[in-house]
Structures are given as C-alpha cells and as structure tokens.
Design a protein around this ligand. Structure first.
Ligand SMILES: C[C@@](CO)(OP(=O)(O)O)[C@H](O)COP(=O)(O)OP(=O)(O)OC[C@H]1O[C@@H](n2ccc(N)nc2=O)[C@H](O)[C@@H]1O
Ligand SMILES: Nc1ncnc2c1ncn2[C@@H]1O[C@H](COP(=O)(O)OP(=O)(O)O)[C@@H](O)[C@H]1O
Length: 292
C-alpha cells in the first residue's frame, strides 16, 4: 500500500525573536501561513524493517539527516513498528530557503505514516512528535495560518489572511538557520508588531497587513546576502504591496492582490534571479480536518 501527502511551504508574515533561551534556542512570536508551493511525499510499504529515502533534489540528504527519515524513525520507535517504508520525496520547495521545506516533508511523513500504519494519532500526538524533529515541524502538521510561540512549536491557529498572490524570489545562496540566530543581537534588533499583524488579518485589512510585515532576522541575513535588499527594492519598484524576507531567508516574498501586478513582478524579477515562483496562500491542509 502507499499514501501520498502534499507538503506545502510556509512564509512568516511576522517574525519576532523575543529572547535567547538556555537550551540554545530563542523564544519567538510569529505568524506563519502556508502557500501553494509543495513537495510531494509518497510513503509505501517495503520488505524488511528499514527506512529508505529517495529525493528528487541533489542537495537533500537521503540518510538519517533527512527530516522525513527522522520522522519515520521516531514513529517506528514510539509505536514499536517493525515494518519497512520507502519515502519518495519530490522536491519543489527550494532547499535551505526559509520556507520550511524539510520541516513540511517531516510533517507530511507523520501524516502519511499515521494512515499507512493505522496509528490513530490525534492532532496533539502529531504535534508532540513534530516538536522532537524541529521547531517548525509542529506548524506544518496542520498548516493554514497560526501564531507560533515558544521556540516555534506552540501553535495557535488564527484567521486566514485575505486572498492574495505571493511572489517568491530565492537568491542563489543558502543560509544556515543556526548561524543566523547565532549572529542576532537581540538588544539592537528590530521587533515587528505581531499583535497588530494578527489584528490586521482578523479585520481582513490587506493594506495594514502589508504595512506591518516584519522579521527580526531580516537585517541579520541581509548583512550576509546583499541581494535580499536589492530584490526588496526591485519588488517595491514594480508594485508589490508588501515585501519581506521569509524565516531566516534568503527567500524574499512580495504580496499583491492583482494578477497583472503578479505577472509584472514575475517578469521583472526573472531577469534578476533564476528562481521566481508565483503562488497563492493556502487554507488549512484539507486532509487534516479529520484529526481535530
Ligand atoms: C527561522 C524559522 C522561522 O519560521 O524558519 P526557517 O528559516 O528555518 O524556515 C524557524 O524559527 C527555524 O526553525 P527550524 O528550521 O525548524 O529550526 P530547528 O531545526 O529547530 O533549529 C535549527 C537551529 O536554529 C536555531 N533556532 C531555531 C529555532 C528557534 N526558535 N531558535 C533558535 O535559536 C538553533 O540554533 C537551532 O539549533
Ligand atoms: N526533506 C528535506 N528537504 C530539504 N532539506 C532537508 C530535508 N531533510 C533534511 N534537510 C536539510 O535541512 C536543511 C534546511 O532545509 P530546509 O528545511 O529546506 O530549509 P529552511 O529551514 O530554511 O526552511 C537543508 O540544508 C538540508 O540539508
């Protein structure tokens, strides 16, 4: 038997790093939302007891470093499963881009194995498991739009933002999330208005939402990747209504409600960067309603 799951990317509409913790992580306060750019995860039974990973992308590890592998191993340990599984990952989400591709693959693997192995996991079970793999995995279990606190693993679903286009531009460099957090000096950092963003979303006020886009990590990554500032300037010039770097970067996203502007942004940015995507915001991952 096999199960196929969609693993959507996320963007951070607001990302505040609040404080440094003793465990090497930071407390964050962020609003995340899933977008219609997804990897495809296929989990199927194989003979034996091993976990096999196949990935379509050259830079993604196919061993225990893969987050999908870690998800499967954890489930096998906790639920005492002695069955083999092959996980085929078709990557569409750029890697190490601030879009949580690996985290979403892990979350999709949890959802898929719950079905494949009839584990009857609750949403809460999945969240607990997700948090053991990485800070962003818990959000990716259900997707949609949520406030994420703690180190990112405490999830409170909120209203969906007004519909719009999201144009993503990924400069041809990768950044390490750990290094970006490490380089942050919280005292001198900028702190976005996360509550204001939540209110703007609640009011479905697109203009206000665009005004309040903010990310504490943006200045840090921008120092290392000057293309980010150039892409932001370019996007604003072309007419994006709001522009921000996602997560620890380096992907920059621009928001617009108008299809014509989305097209102008894509055409304008493609001459500048190879990796440009135009997608929509996504509602809660469909299949999950049954786990609530
Ligand atoms: C910045 C964000 C924003 O959504 O996303 P990405 O840019 O990775 O997509 C996340 O906080 C990234 O979460 P995630 O990518 O899951 O990070 P993890 O694997 O848990 O941690 C990688 C490293 O980042 C640092 N880290 C991560 C999360 C956090 N709240 N504080 C931290 O200091 C730690 O040094 C940790 O060892
Ligand atoms: N399934 C996976 N897809 C992508 N990257 C993965 C995966 N599993 C492990 N990784 C590792 O995780 C690192 C971060 O990747 P990713 O999740 O795409 O970025 P980000 O945390 O910036 O959103 C990569 O450098 C890669 O080596």
């Amino acid at each position: 038997m096999k199960v196929i799951e969609k693993a959507p990317a996320k963007i951070n509409l607001s990302l505040d790093v609040v404080s440094k913790r003793d465990d090497g992580f930071h407390n964050v306060n962020m609003i995340m939302t899933t977008i219609d750019l997804s990897d495809r995860i296929e989990c199927r039974d194989i003979e034996g007891d091993q976990i096999k990973i196949k990935s379509s992308a050259p830079y993604v590890p196919e061993d225990e470093r893969n987050f999908a592998y870690q998800a499967a191993r954890l489930i096998k340990e906790i639920y005492n499963i002695c069955r083999g599984v092959e996980i085929v990952i078709t990557k569409n989400i750029p890697v190490a881009a601030g879009l949580a591709g690996g985290s979403s693959d892990a979350a999709a693997t949890i959802r898929a194995l719950n079905q494949l192995w009839n584990l009857n996991m609750t949403y809460r079970d999945m969240l607990n498991l997700a948090a053991k793999i990485g800070s962003d995995v818990a959000f990716c279990i259900q997707g949609g739009t949520a406030l994420a606190t703690g180190r990112g693993e405490i999830i409170t679903p909120i209203d969906s933002p007004p519909a719009c286009w999201v144009v993503l531009v990924k400069p041809p460099v990768s950044v390490s999330t750990a290094e970006i957090y490490q380089a942050l000096n919280i005292e001198n950092a900028t702190h976005p208005n996360v509550e204001g963003m939540q209110e703007a979303i609640k009011q479905q006020n697109f203009e206000q939402m665009c005004l309040l886009l903010g990310n504490t990590l943006e200045d840090v990554t921008m120092e290392k990747v000057p293309e980010i500032a150039q892409i932001k300037t370019q996007m604003k010039k072309i007419g994006a209504e709001g522009v921000l770097m996602s997560g620890s970067g380096p992907t920059v996203f621009g928001l617009t409600r108008y299809e014509s502007r989305m097209q102008r942004l894509c055409n304008g940015l493609k001459g500048f960067c190879r990796e440009v995507y135009a997608v929509r915001l996504l509602q809660k991952i469909d299949i999950l309603s049954k786990y609530e």
